[in-house]
Design a protein around this ligand. Sequence first.
Ligand SMILES: [Mn+2]
Length: 326
Amino acid sequence: MPKTDKDEVIEALCAASRVLVTSHVNPDGDAVGSVLALAQLARSLGADNVVMSLHDPVPRVYDWLAGVDDILPPDEVTGTFDTVLIADANSCERVGAVCSLIKGVSTVVIVDHHLTEERNGTVHLIDSTYAATGEIVVDLYDAAGVELDCAVAECLYVALSTDTGNFRYANTTARSHRAAARLIETGINVREITSRVIDTMTIGKFRLLRRLLDRAELGDGGRIAHGYILERDLAETGALAEDVDGLINYLRNLEGVQLAILIRESEPAVTKVSFRSQPTINAAEIAQHFGGGGHAMAAGASLPYPLQEAKTELFRYLREALKVDL
Ligand SMILES: [Mn+2]
């Protein structure tokens, strides 16, 4: 049988001795869960030293996962590595300051499910038909013949359930459910995980959501919903940056909306824009136009302008590219 991408990743991990595992900036459930599970897989396959590092702190909602306290900020990582494993991202830029730790490492393994033509590593397992990187990792455990224990299964269930909107989004397939079934068979408590990760909203996030909804506007005859969040909103509501995650869904869920846009003031003169769309609109293409990326129905970009200017640029592009009335 010809070697598959999965075989190559497993071979690379079997040959690895000092491994660094990382993922993208602003880590989500898939990033955190996949990093933890891949680090464990590398250990199971014989790596002597496995270090996990993320550019940003792990969001509080995932802080109970086994091994999370061992994830280091990049400036606390010491030593050298022969192998780097990048999960849920496909380029050095996406991993923030961890990028400086990757320079000169001979084997760079990329495990990702984002749409991309780029092949930046030395070993690639990139497949956008997977709902989550965590779903790929379930297959990797099986392909490697490594048993899934309950602690790893919790990490992967978090990865899978968060990236699929708890198995509701278009990316959810029969394979996603089979992967979930494999994880549930290890004895994880689905109700408890869902309650912690999906259903619980902090008061800060609730207040932030209230502001966003107050400012939400509809354009193009109700087909486009957009809203914005200011830098000061976080301090004033007691919300954390991670609480912005998921708020765009409230715009997307409005009846008739084909494209939801969340515009977020970031650093001075940097505005982050997120897109969620129906199948009629390719959100990844819009994001790519502004140097970002993502999936066909969920994507984002950072614009190098203050909020108002970014909004003007974005709307000008949308009017031209999509022929919409904004
Ligand atoms: Mn993902």
